[in-house]
Structures are given as C-alpha cells and as structure tokens.
Design a protein around this ligand. Structure first.
Ligand code: SDX
Length: 422
C-alpha cells in the first residue's frame, strides 16, 4: 500500500500523485495542479480551519470521538487527581514531569516573579470603574511587554525561561489587581509563603491589607484542579492567536495579549460567563423548554454545549461536574445547579443536540463553581486565562523552535471587483 493520493484534475485530464504523511497531505503539494502556466495552482479553502492542521505538536492530544484529552501523553483524569497546576505547567512546557529538585526550582522561579512593577497599578487605575476585568488583562499583558524589553530575545533559552516565569507568576497578580480595581478596594500584594492558588485567593479575597485572611484549602485545591483542566487544549482559537503572533517573532507578552483577546470571545473562553448569564436568564427549571425552543430555531445558543473537536462528552466537564459537589460542601450549593442539571438532562435526550453531537464542554459547570467561590461572572474568563497561560507559553515555544514553521500568512479567495478606475 502506497501512502499517496492520486488525483485527476478533470479540467485538464492530468493526474497527480500526492504524498500522505501523518494522515495529511501538504497543501503546497496542490500548487502543481494548474490549468495554465500562469495559474497560481490549487488552494485549499477552509474557513475556521475546520479540517486544516496548522502545525505539528507533541504537547496535547485530543480524541473528540472518544472524549480523550492527554497532556504529553498523560490522561487528564490522572493529572487532575494526582498532579498540581505548576507541575502540569512544567510538563506542558518542558515535556516531562519534573524531578523534585526541578519542580522546586520551577516553583521558586515563578514565586520570585509574582510581583508587578508599581507602575502597573497606575496603569490599572487608569481603567474605568466598571471596566471588564478581561479587557484589563488584555491591555495589561500588552503593557507588560514595555517593562521587559529583554523579552524580545526569544531565541535565548535563558531569556525565554525568565519570561515564562514572569508570565505564569504575574497572571494571578494581574487578575487580582483587575478584580480589586473593579471593587474599588485596595490591592493586596502577593504572599510568597502561600501556594500558587492560595496566594491567588489571598490577593483576591483578603478584604484589606490590615485584615487577616486564610484561604480555604479545599477551595485552593479545587482551583488548582480547575487550572489543570484549563491549562492547554491543542490548537484552540486563543492558542492559534498565540502561535500566529509568535510566528512574527513578537515578544511573548504581546503574543499573550492577543491570545487573551481571542479567549475573551463568548464562543471560546467567554462561554463560562455566558453559561451563568444563560442559567440566570432561564431562572427556573420550568422555563427550560421555552429557552430550548429558541435554541432549536437558532435564536439562541446553549452556551457550555458543543465543541469543534469533542463530539462526545468533554472529559473536563465530567471532572468539573464531580468537583462541583466538593466545592458546594464548603460554599453551599449554587442555586443554579438544579437548573443546569435539568438543562443537561433534557438537552442530552433532545434530538437537536444528539443529531449535532453537542455535549457539555469545559464551560458548562465551571462557572457555577466560580460563582459559588465568590467570583463575579466577569472574572470567569480571567480565571481561564490564568490557567491557559501555561498552554499558550508551551505552544508559543514549540512554534518558534519549529524549523518547519514560518510567519503565519494565509492565502484568500478574492471575490471583490477585479479592476476599476477612479
Ligand atoms: C472552549 O477549541 C477549544 O478547544 C476550546 C476550548 C479550550 O479548552 O480551548 O475547549 C474552550 O472554547 C469550549 C467551547 C465554549 N463555547 C461555547 O460553549 C459556546 C457555545 N458553543 C458553540 O458556539 C459551538 O459549539 C462551538 C463554537 C464551541 C463549536 O462550534 P463549531 O465546531 O464551529 O460548530 P458549528 O458552530 O458549525 O455548529 C454546528 C451546528 C450548527 O447548527 P446547524 O447550522 O448545523 O443547524 O451545531 C449548532 C450550530 O448552530 N450548535 C449549537 C451550539 N453549538 C453548535 N446550537 C446551539 N447551541 C450550541 N452551543
């Protein structure tokens, strides 16, 4: 059996043999298929990249039909149960589980970089009182690039290591600053004696610098697991943005600002916020049929359902749903949970969703947990961005070191007016 494709161009009768590698053909192999010498050759047209591989990657594997998600070969279920977010961040970026000493150096490096320049607080203060925290994150990530000009030295491994420490270390601080700003409350500095997520909860929920606050260990652990589940997801929309901006050799802070901007959208990372607003709009179980009627007629989306890759249950949704009960033991049950459970039950037996293979995704239950932990809906996507920073950096590093990659510059099918004169 030959790993080739034989195609006949019926416009010319010519036949071509095209190589198949890793289950794909090279789009550039189609350029030879022409109808005349001045023809540019055949292009592929794939809006939304539904069936186009933009890169080769060894970081995350997803099997959408089987509901499988693995980071560097490890099943997400095992990592969620046995690992920590910072250990998973190391795994994603370096490719292996760290030794005890490697993990300690990694955690120390990140902890050393949790502080932000005092001028960042002035930058935050410039935002309007009701600025959406995600907009503040996007803006501040871009601004951070101006504080670290050495970040442009992207092919220097030591510089990359330092920027990675900075971005993973500072994301919780930026997130907490944006939250405190939205409340008009004093900023809380990082406490490097606390774990990554306990420090984050402390900066978020410590009422003021002069009051004592001890983050609940169950909630800190729950947030750590949620961060593991959200850390990477192969070539999703925001990772595509990170890689695309990274392909021009921009610094990682500017690339991360673009990635955060992509995550902000309600079809992507903004969905967890949209789910809770949808559940609040539905309000009670008896109003679910009325909402689903609007979904059937394409007037509304069922946020938290559907996925470009998963045509089965998102494995992350299953873990998050189970974890919700542990959080609710501490925080009290979220009153919207019953609406969410009934909505899922009805939708899973509704032909509209079955026929389109639409199942709960990572965002369907995560917002309920965040809300019960005391986060306002506007902070949900910010939490997603804190976790996904690890994946964005792993993918960015893989991109800039991949010799097969070049600047991302897709083609187009021109449908405009050919020529006209003024
Ligand atoms: C994330 O890519 C990733 O990996 C993302 C992510 C990650 O970790 O990075 O997993 C995180 O973004 C999860 C997805 C969160 N978004 C939502 O929950 C928003 C609601 N979901 C949809 O917008 C949609 O399902 C997408 C965007 C997630 C996927 O869209 P696709 O693959 O482009 O599919 P599609 O829009 O072409 O839909 C196919 C059909 C359409 O109906 P028809 O035109 O065939 O009649 O399914 C319908 C869609 O209208 N459909 C939905 C729906 N999702 C798809 N109808 C109602 N509600 C939905 N949620």
């Amino acid at each position: 059996m030959k790993n080739t494709l034989t195609v006949t161009d019926n416009r010319t009768g010519k036949t071509y043999e095209i190589g198949i590698d890793d289950g794909a053909i090279k789009a550039t192999d189609l350029k030879q298929i022409k109808i005349s010498d001045d023809d540019q050759g055949l292009l592929t047209y794939d809006p939304g990249f539904v069936n186009t591989a933009s890169c080769k990657s060894s970081i995350t594997f997803i099997d959408g039909e089987k509901g499988i998600l693995r980071y560097r070969g490890y099943p997400i279920e095992q990592l969620a149960e046995k690992s920590t977010f910072l250990e998973v961040a190391y795994l994603l970026i370096h490719g292996e589980i760290p030794s005890k000493s490697e993990l300690q150096e990694w955690v120390d490096g990140i902890t050393l970089h949790t502080m932000v320049h005092e001028n960042i607080k002035k930058f935050m203060d410039g935002f309007h009182h009701d600025a959406h925290p995600m907009g503040m994150i996007v803006g501040t990530l871009g601004a951070l690039s101006t504080f670290y000009p050495d970040a442009k030295d992207i092919f220097n491994p030591e510089s990359r290591k330092k920027q990675i420490f900075r971005l993973i270390g500072k994301m919780p601080t930026l997130a907490a600053l944006s939250y405190k700003h939205s409340l008009g409350m004093p900023y809380i500095y990082p406490d490097n004696e606390l774990s990554y997520t306990a420090n984050f909860l402390n900066m978020l929920f410590k009422p003021s610098p002069s009051t004592r606050y001890s983050p609940d260990p169950v909630l800190a652990k729950a947030l750590d697991v949620l961060f593991i589940l959200h850390a990477d997801h192969e070539q999703n929309c925001s990772t595509n943005a990170m890689r695309s901006v990274g392909s021009s050799q921009a610094d990682p802070f500017s690339a991360a600002a673009a990635a955060a901007a992509a995550l902000y959208g309600p079809l992507h990372g903004g969905a967890n916020e949209a789910v809770v607003r949808m559940l609040e709009e539905i309000g009670t179980k008896d109003r679910i049929p009325e909402y689903l009627e609007q979904v059937h007629t394409h007037k509304k989306l069922l946020y938290g359902f559907g996925h470009r890759i998963y045509k089965n249950y998102d494995p992350r949704a299953k873990i998050i749903k189970e974890m919700a009960y542990k959080v609710f033991e501490v925080t009290g049950k979220n009153p919207l949970l019953d609406v969410a459970l009934e909505l899922e039950r009805i939708a899973l037996s509704d032909d509209y969703f079955i026929s389109r293979k639409l199942y709960p995704n990572v965002d369907f239950y995560s917002g309920l947990i965040y809300q019960s932990m005391g986060f306002p809906t506007s902070m949900f996507t910010v939490l997603f961005s804190v976790a996904r920073m690890a994946g964005w950096l792993a993918q960015w590093q893989e991109e800039i070191l991949d010799k097969e990659q070049g600047i991302a510059r897709p083609r187009q099918l021109y449908t405009g007016i050919p020529l006209r004169n003024l």
